[in-house]
Write a protein that binds this ligand. Sequence first.
Ligand SMILES: Cc1ncc(COP(=O)(O)O)c(C=O)c1O
Length: 380
Amino acid sequence: MYEKINVDLIRNSGIRIVDLRSDTISRPTPEMREAMYRAEVGDDVYVEDATVNALEKRCAELLGKEEAMFVVSGTMANLIAVMVHCNQRGSELISGDKGHTFKFEQGGTAHIAGVHTSIIKNNDDGTFSLDELRVKIRKNPDMHEPVTSLIIVENTHNLCGGKVVPLEWLEKVSNVAAEHNIPVHMDGARMMNAAVYLKLPPSRLVRDVDTVCFCLSKGLGCPIGAMLAGSSSFIEKARRVRKALGGGWRQAGVLAAPGLVALDSMVDRLQVDHIHALKIAKAIYATKSNNFKVDLATVQTNIVLMFIDRTKIEIRELQRRLQTVLTTDGVKCSVRCSSLSINCVRFVLYWEISDEDVDMACDKIQLVIREYDDRLKVGY
Ligand SMILES: Cc1ncc(COP(=O)(O)O)c(C=O)c1O
């Protein structure tokens, strides 16, 4: 039987907890906390918070857009973008079927924005078919049809394992959109990981989209926040919507200050997370297991997807086993991961996960895989 693990107890018992459920777990760095303490603040609804203003200006420049706006979360940034772009009743947006906005934001685009979503099957690399996109766009919608008002792309693509979508594809999406005068929004929650992977400035990655958001609170380590960027007229409308949603900041400089630290010191280091992710993926691959699979080619950034044979392995039990340290374990390590579906678990890397954590996590994952493989071989 498994030894039941209490996370609070094991923290003090020499057992290492490697929490790879998400990069949202990352905590602010000491430098960020210091910057929060010292931040100059004002009322941001009056656009008088100097630190927020500095962060917004910096992000607009970084992204090559006219203006940027600080918001509480990636979800709010995407929702605001949808509400601004799809401001006519009876609007529709087009998204990949694995898009975060479609799958994980509680259907807010429908129940808050009142916007219909039309989906296209995502390819494994986060793209979708341009032919299908052309078909899905309603050219001259008659009164039975919604009006296609927005196309959403995601980069990196979370459910596709943190894949960086090809720039050529983004350009083609933008060309199709332009033919029909439809804007493109990028959910770039982890676009800084994509920029680091491609070794390109962020502005190049978003050259072909009208609006973009990225998260400060994931791999960049900030306690909270996301940035939304686009043209000045888009941001002017976005500020109104943000206020209506209750997202009008007051002295938000204390929250914007870590964002500035992150842009200075946390972007280039994302490379370390990518190296760690690949190391974990290679450790899984090295087991040559028939029951646990990883596609090394898809591991480009800070996410690893491990696929299991769901006819033999129950995902919750696997998560419990990775998290549990048995008295018989040679590896005193508790690994936490999230499940994306009944046959897939996700490991996500961030700045607090050290080389040593990764080594221990690799050993633990391999130990559990071998244990399952042995058990399944003899059929009990
Ligand atoms: C691709 C993507 N977009 C948007 C979000 C939403 O971000 P937030 O959790 O800040 O609302 C997430 C969160 O994990 C995400 O992975």
